[in-house]
Ligand binder design. Structure first.
Ligand code: HEM
Length: 287
């Protein structure tokens, strides 16, 4: 997420890595991992919240080549620590959440240090980074960063898609991919992003100074809809736009499909939910 000489070389390696993950293959892998993680217990709102925040993260870790799918307990532990680390980064996090996030970050760092990547792009990323003189710890931190990025926003995209179905707003027979794309525009999971001024400028007639923050209202931009082939505004635009947009849509679609196949009832879910406290995202929590 940072510009600047120290970050550019690793970003140049990470971007093509993400772009090279085939969304269709990712969806197939998510379906297989949903089987692995199926605890076979009765469905509850709590379990659905769990799948939403777990399946996309575990699938991304697996696609990168991390040994997360060895058993259900490992997959669940990795996802739980990613979720705790992600939650700690919210400005709304209290002291307990920040403390839990620090513990989770430590756990993830240790796990990654001992995890021998199986297939997948991570080994070649590590080699390329080493050849470019990039610190192995920076690669590890950014690998965890990718999992954190995938966690809440993808859970929100899948959760809002269930709500869309539950409210009877989806066209009959709509495919999971179409559903998710429609929801990304009509009920944007990420509602805003921030930009920091590098130099004094005039913006929409206002004088702004270097260092000022501009809150960019992606959700408001979405009200204009989306032209064919454009990316939904919820994924941002320009230099820092989300590089995981296609992958995230495939993972959210596969998560919705897995939940529906296991009997999740959107109309029931839409009757009892709240949004998690957040300054930038709309993440449903089913009750
Ligand atoms: C597999 C899941 C995902 C991955 C790996 C991922 C990864 C990333 C990364 C690495 C960035 C930083 C880009 C940069 O600063 O250059 C980013 C930014 C962003 N992502 Fe994602 N993301 C995922 C899912 C999502 C989802 C589901 C949404 C929204 C529905 C989303 C919305 C955004 C937004 C709004 C930004 C900031 C864009 C901006 O400020 O212009 N991401 N993402």
């Amino acid at each position: 997420m940072n510009d600047g000489a120290a970050h550019a070389p690793l970003k140049d390696l990470l971007m093509p890595l993400l772009a090279a993950i085939d969304p269709a293959a990712a969806a197939r892998r998510a379906a297989a991992l949903a089987e692995l993680m199926d605890a076979g217990t009765a469905w509850s709102a709590e379990r659905i919240n769990g799948v939403l925040s777990t399946l996309p993260v575990v699938t991304l870790a697996d696609l990168l080549g991390l040994p997360v799918a060895v058993d259900r307990a490992t997959a669940a532990a990795v996802a739980a620590h990613v979720a705790a680390f992600a939650a700690a980064q919210s400005p709304l996090a209290d002291a307990n959440a920040v403390q839990a996030g620090a513990v989770a970050a430590q756990w993830l760092g240790n796990w990654l240090a001992n995890a021998v990547p199986a297939a997948g792009p991570l080994p070649s990323l590590q080699q390329a980074a080493c050849a470019a003189g990039i610190d192995a710890q920076a690669v590890a931190a950014n690998t965890i960063g990718l999992l954190v990025q995938a966690c809440e926003a993808t859970a929100a995209l899948a959760g809002n898609s269930l709500l869309h179905l539950g409210r009877g707003k989806a066209l009959p027979g709509i495919s999971p991919d179409q559903l998710v794309t429609e929801v990304a525009v009509s009920d944007p999971p990420v509602q805003n992003t921030r930009r920091f001024l590098a130099a004094d400028a005039t913006l929409c007639g206002h004088d702004v100074k270097a260092g000022d923050v501009v809150l960019v209202l992606l959700a408001a931009a979405s009200c204009g809809g989306m032209a064919d082939g454009e990316r939904p505004w919820t994924f941002g635009h320009g230099r820092h736009a989300c590089p995981g947009d296609r992958l995230a849509q495939a993972l959210a679609g596969a998560t919705v499909t897995a939940l529906l196949a296991r009997g999740a009832a959107p109309a029931v879910l839409a009757r009892a939910f709240r949004y998690r406290p957040s300054l930038n995202a709309r993440i449903p929590h089913f009750c």
